[in-house]
Design a protein around this ligand. Structure first.
Ligand SMILES: [Fe+2]
Length: 203
């Protein structure tokens, strides 16, 4: 599929009908942030931008509907995802895209969207960029998001090491905030954190 400006416009118009104004403005801001990050890193552009548009397409869908979509698509939901409902949309969005927007579905897009909330160990560049863009887009007001944005843009040399260190910082603040709030922490977030601690320390 060739991702023409017309296709992009129709995708933006479609998602606008699927979410609240708040979620739509966050989504558009994630798209802009991905474009900004692509100035520093060479990830597959169209795949990343399509993933950015669609990453929260099921975020405001009731949980039973999301579970039904996943079941229909044969996606098994892990006990951790069932325990932290805010992460379920990352599993149900690829199922939604495959069913309702098949021309925008690829395995790469599904992979990038699946990891955008929790992170996973050994992320691809595209996965890292959506994870970071979702965390730091400028309309985010949480202290952690503002801190991580400042950290990322404070350094002139935005090499892969800096990208990894920024993601590690985001994961550390997420884990800390969840623990302080006595919330359940998704195992994938801990695994993503541990993976980066081990690999970054080996360099
Ligand atoms: Fe998001």
């Amino acid at each position: 599929m060739i991702f023409t400006p017309e296709k992009e416009e129709s995708l933006a118009a479609f998602i606008k009908t699927r979410m609240s104004p708040y979620r739509f403005s966050h989504t558009m801001s994630v798209v802009c942030e991905c474009r900004e990050l692509l100035r520093y890193y060479r990830a597959p552009r169209n795949t990343l931008i399509i993933s950015a548009y669609l990453h929260d397409v099921t975020k405001e869908m009731p949980t039973p509907e999301q579970l039904a979509l996943c079941e229909e698509a044969g996606i098994e939901i892990s006990p951790d995802t069932l325990r932290s409902e805010k992460t379920l949309h990352a599993e149900s969005a690829p199922a939604f895209i495959k069913k309702y927007l098949p021309e925008f579905y690829t395995e790469e897009t599904a992979e990038i969207i699946r990891s955008h909330t929790t992170g996973i160990p050994d992320m691809t560049l595209g996965q890292k960029l959506l994870f970071l863009a979702d965390f730091i887009e400028p309309t985010r007001r949480f202290d952690e998001c503002v801190d991580v944005r400042r950290y990322f843009y404070s350094k002139e040399n935005k090499d892969i090491r800096h990208l990894n260190e920024t993601i590690l910082y985001a994961l550390r603040l997420t884990i800390k905030e969840l623990a302080v709030s006595k919330c359940f922490i998704h195992g994938m977030t801990i695994q993503a954190y541990n993976y980066l601690v081990i690999t970054e320390n080996m360099k």
